[in-house]
Design a protein around this ligand. Structure first.
Ligand SMILES: [Zn+2]
Ligand SMILES: [Zn+2]
Length: 348
């Protein structure tokens, strides 16, 4: 089979790989949708070992890209029972493989495994291929009401937004500022709205702000035209927002997120990479902030996110603006690297 491999320096290749055969406890998933996530741009653009730079380990060896895999079970290895996976079952993949036994793996947080974990699409073969082999325990059921494309989005970007909002305990009592309206930020806008919050979306891109409005943002702010901290204070009677979430990974946005939170406010970070300097005393301690650094979600959290989206009829499909065939991977990533409104997904 063929799979997409990032070579770094904004180059990728479609390479030939052996057809997958499931080992004991494993399944082969036939991909129906494999999403493009912002964090894919790190290995796509990198000159060195991007996975290591992001703290994901790995030896820098070339793997099939794609860490938002969604499809149907196509084959089962020895010992896989019907309760774990049935042929034809619609599934997402929790895109990490840990030891399966430690205290983190046992509660579904295999990415925290102290024995090391494989991150599919980064340090192990991912979803940008017709098939993917994973342990049956990484499968997450996909509700009937959720499409494969939406399942792909939930498998990293949208699930990450849900996981962060849950840790931030967002509710109808909150004004939520979401910095960055890429696929994760737009998801946070939609989900925050469904959780009852008043949502203010912050992004320099006019098209992104427009989409944020369409997806439920009450107000949008252009940080290129207005100081977002001042604008957010004006919108909250001078108090600041109860919750600020950075989905941009931009250092200025991170500082603005912290400064725009009210006293006793909560701040979350999900945007990856870079370094940022904060004035801890003035910006954090004096204002009693609670800060969450949030890395994706557990396998259980992924299932919960999908059920939430189905139950609330969240229009996640509207986030998916670009569909590609795997053969178009080069053009797809070139577009994603520069054109940045909505989200792309490979479908088969
Ligand atoms: Zn483990
Ligand atoms: Zn991701």
């Amino acid at each position: 089979m063929r799979g997409v491999v990032f070579l770094g320096d904004r180059k990728l290749e479609i390479r030939e790989f052996p057809d997958p055969a499931p080992g004991p406890g494993e399944v082969v998933v036939a991909m129906k949708a494999s999403g493009m996530c912002g964090s894919d741009l790190h290995p796509y653009r990198a000159t060195g070992n991007a996975a290591a730079a992001l703290g994901l380990g790995g030896d820098g060896g070339r793997v099939i890209a794609g860490h938002e895999p969604c499809g149907v079970v196509a084959a089962r290895g020895l010992g896989v029972t019907d309760s774990e996976a049935v042929i034809g079952q619609r599934v997402m993949v929790h895109h990490y493989k840990g030891c399966g036994q430690c205290k983190h793996c046992r509660v579904g947080w295999s990415q925290l495994c102290p024995r090391g974990c494989v991150v599919y699409g980064m340090t192990g073969h991912g979803g940008h291929a017709p098939f993917m082999t994973v342990p049956a325990r990484t499968l997450v059921p996909l509700p009937e009401a959720v499409s494969f494309e939406e399942g792909a989005a939930i498998s990293c970007g949208t699930g990450t937004a849900y996981g962060a909002l849950k840790r931030l305990d967002v509710s109808g009592r909150d004004t939520l500022a979401v910095f960055g309206q890429g696929p994760v930020g737009l998801s946070a806008t939609m989900l925050g709205k469904a959780m009852g919050a008043r949502v203010i979306a912050v992004d320099v891109g006019a098209e992104r702000r427009q989409l944020a409005r369409e997806l439920g943002a009450d107000t949008v702010i252009d940080p290129g035209a207005d100081d977002p901290v001042r604008a957010l204070r004006e919108l909250t009677h001078g108090e600041g927002v109860e919750v600020a979430l950075d989905c941009s990974g931009n250092s200025e946005a991170r500082v603005a997120a912290v400064r725009s939170a009210c006293t006793w406010g909560r701040v979350g970070f999900v945007g990856e990479g870079n370094k940022t300097t904060f004035d801890i005393s003035q910006d954090m301690i004096r204002r009693q902030l609670t800060v969450h650094a949030s890395w994706t979600f557990s396998a259980v959290g992924q299932e919960e996110c999908a059920r939430f989206i189905a139950a609330r009829k969240i229009p996640l499909a509207r986030l998916l603006t670009h569909r590609f065939d795997l053969d178009a991977a080069e053009a797809a990533y070139r577009l994603f690297d520069t054109q940045t409104t909505g989200k792309g997904v490979f479908i088969s």
